[in-house]
Every structure is written in structure tokens, then in C-alpha cells.
Ligand binder design. Structure first.
Ligand code: PMP
Length: 374
């Protein structure tokens, strides 16, 4: 572990060295079974108990209520771009069997490149339903070249009356834009504009901010999902928190005209099999479990929220100083800045001169993965 550098990669991301050391032992011999973790049956009692424990580590640390199931799957965030559409359209079909597809609307809040991608997938899979852009934050950009650099004001949102789903991405990894968790902030998610008297079909992509702090109004969400590889483990594991009314019989819905749902994308398949319908990503589950055990020992989500608050505070303070000196340029509007992905330009000799020297200097000091998205 001596020659490890500081890895700033957004995902896959750095994992605690103590966890990697423990995992290397587990690769040889998982919990004294005499079998390595990559070799043991996913149906063994040791591994199924490990999965149950992983669920409870997430449930207790995030305070997930019994109204919601925690499910594990594969395929990353991108697979959920498709799965949320198909499962929520099936749910809507069962609730409104009489509605024509053209009358069904899916609401997308677009604040960056990932929510934009998710909305594109919804259009591909819509089967004639409409995709409504609730708001596109580029329309609220003050930059000359309109970009995803802000969380729009609450007055800009236009939700549909009865959508099949309402989608947003809590932290936009590439653009460095994140919803504030302070309900008084103009950059918070406008929960107060959603219908208050019904189960709202609210879907949130938490891929790049999962468990870095508590999730506001978690119980009001229909689906929250996150790939593990940014905050809690290796790639290969996707965590889903699904309100139980969104785990529906997709085959019954298909008989009423909904789009058939591939068996592995159906939340009911995952729920009925306790996330073990087929062979899961055993190693990713294992390392994630070790990370979350360590997290619990250190004080859980509240501890990490405080740690992350201090970390982002320090980084943005330095950037503000650098901006005052004309060395760097911040790209995101004040108040909409991400705790997780800090996006800035190095100023000077546009086209890369100063930035190249900055990256080379960082590398000499043992810091890698600082260069942002192309
Ligand atoms: N959503 C967000 C916010 C992401 O950052 C990413 C990955 N960069 C994805 C979705 C896609 O995730 P995956 O690569 O796991 O499919």
C-alpha cells in the first residue's frame, strides 16, 4: 500500500486501503469457509447472510423506512435509466388501464448530462408516451455558452398533473451541479410543488452522492438508485431503494398493454428472489459490505456528512482564493455546487497550457485523476 497515490477519480474511485487489504484475504478465504469470495456459491449460507447484512447496513445508516425495499442488481446507473421507465410505466398501466399510451406523461428534471441521458432513454422506451422536460437548467445558465451550471429556481419547474414518474439526478457528476439539502435554499429540490396527498412517483439518481450525507425526504421517493463504484464500492453493484407500491406485476401490466419488462429489469423479480434471481456480482457486493462496516464503525452517515461538509468547504475556499488571484475559474453557480465533484478551469494559455502544467504538478505530488470529463 506504500506506493498508492491520491486518486481523485470520480468513479471508479479510491477505496480505503484497510478494506482492500481485508478483501485480499477474503479472495483467498471468505469467512473461514476455506473458499475465496470469488469462488463461493452465491446461494451459500455465508454469502446470503452477507447480503442480508449489507441490506441492514444501508437501511440503518440511511434510515430507510419499512415502506421501502432495498434491492441489489447489476448494470450500473445506465441500466436503471431503462428499468425505472419500464417498471413505472407498468405500475401506471395497472393504476390506469383505460389510459392510452399517448395520454401518459413522464416528467424529467434536466440539470446535467446524466439526467439528459436518462430522459433520452425514456424517449426511446416510451412506447408512445410523452416525455415532459420539467425544466432544463441550460435555459437558466448565465454563461455565454449555455451550460449545465446551475440548479434552476423553483418558479421554473412545471410538473405534469399525474405523471407516471418524476425523475431527477441529485448530483450531476460531470457538470458538478448538485441539489442543496437545505430546504430554505433556492437550489433545493422543490418537494413542496409535488402533490402532497398521494404517493408521488418520484425517482432519483443518487449514483455519485450515495451515502455521503442523509437523503432528504427519502420516504417520499418511489425509487432511489445508485451504482456502487463512486462512493461505496467497486463497479458491478447497483443499489435500489424502492417503495413497495412500485414493485408491480409487470406481466399483468403487459397483458393490459404495457411494454414487456425483461425479467432482470423487473423490480418484482429482484424483490421476490431477495436480489438473488441470478448470480450477482459477488465480489462487488463483498467489498461494498466491508466499506459499509467500516463506515458504521466510524460513525455512519452523520459522521461522513460532517467530514464531507468540511472537505468541500476547504476545497471551495481555496478555489475562491484562486479565482480572486485569476488562477482558476469556477464553473458552477454559487449554491448549486456539488460536494462530490468540484469542477473548475485552470486559467491561462487557453487550450491547455496552464492546465497541463497544473496536472503535471499534481501528478508529481502524487495526485491523479484530477482531469475532468472530456
Ligand atoms: N448517473 C450518474 C449521476 C453517474 O455519475 C453515472 C456514472 N458516471 C451514471 C448515472 C451511469 O452509471 P454507470 O456507469 O454505472 O452506468
Amino acid at each position: 500500500t506504500n506506493n498508492r497515490v491520491i486518486n481523485f477519480g470520480a468513479g471508479p474511485s479510491a477505496l480505503p486501503a484497510s478494506v482492500l487489504a481485508e478483501a485480499s484475504q477474503g479472495l483467498l478465504n471468505f469467512q473461514n469457509t476455506g473458499i475465496g469470495i470469488a469462488e463461493i456459491s452465491h446461494r451459500s449460507k455465508e454469502f446470503t447472510a452477507f447480503v442480508q447484512n449489507l441490506e441492514s447496513l444501508i437501511r440503518t445508516q440511511l434510515d430507510v423506512p419499512p415502506t421501502h425495499a432495498i434491492l441489489f442488481t447489476q448494470g450500473g446507473g445506465s441500466n436503471q435509466f431503462s428499468a425505472v421507465v419500464l417498471n413505472m410505466l407498468a405500475r401506471y398501466r395497472l393504476l390506469h388501464p383505460e389510459k392510452k399510451s399517448e395520454e401518459v406523461v413522464m416528467d424529467y428534471v434536466v440539470t446535467g448530462s446524466w439526467s439528459k441521458k436518462a430522459a433520452e432513454e425514456a424517449r426511446r422506451l416510451s412506447g408512445g408516451s410523452q416525455v415532459n422536460t420539467v425544466v432544463d437548467s441550460r435555459d437558466h445558465s448565465l454563461a455565454q455558452k449555455k451550460s449545465f451550471d446551475n440548479i434552476p429556481p423553483h418558479s421554473a419547474y412545471t410538473f405534469s398533473p399525474d405523471p407516471a414518474l418524476i425523475y431527477y439526478c441529485e448530483n450531476e457528476t460531470v457538470d458538478g451541479v448538485e441539489f442543496s439539502h437545505d430546504p430554505q435554499s433556492a437550489s433545493s429540490f422543490p418537494f413542496h410543488l409535488l402533490p402532497q396527498d398521494q404517493l408521488v412517483p418520484l425517482v432519483a439518481d443518487y449514483s455519485s452522492s450515495f451515502m455521503c450525507r442523509p437523503i432528504p425526504r427519502l420516504g417520499d421517493h418511489a425509487i432511489i438508485y445508485a451504482g456502487a463504484q463512486k462512493n461505496i464500492g467497486p463497479a458491478g453493484l447497483t443499489v435500489l431503494i424502492v417503495r413497495k407500491d412500485c414493485i408491480v406485476d409487470v406481466d399483468a401490466a403487459a397483458k393490459l398493454g404495457a411494454i414487456p419488462v425483461p425479467i432482470m429489469l423487473s423490480y418484482k423479480t429482484l424483490a421476490d428472489s431477495k436480489s438473488l434471481y441470478n448470480t450477482p456480482s459477488v465480489f462487488a457486493i463483498y467489498v461494498t459490505g466491508l466499506v459499509l462496516e467500516r463506515m458504521k464503525e466510524q460513525g455512519g452517515v452523520p459522521y461522513f456528512e460532517e467530514l464531507n461538509r468540511r472537505k468541500q468547504g476547504k476545497v471551495y475556499e481555496v478555489l475562491r482564493e484562486g479565482e480572486a488571484k485569476g488562477v482558476v475559474r469556477r464553473k458552477v453557480k454559487e449554491g448549486s455546487e456539488s460536494w462530490m465533484n468540484v469542477v473548475f478551469d485552470v486559467v491561462g494559455e487557453e487550450g491547455g497550457g496552464a492546465e497541463k502544467r497544473f496536472l503535471e504538478g499534481a501528478e508529481r505530488n502524487g495526485m491523479k485523476g484530477l482531469k475532468g470529463h472530456r
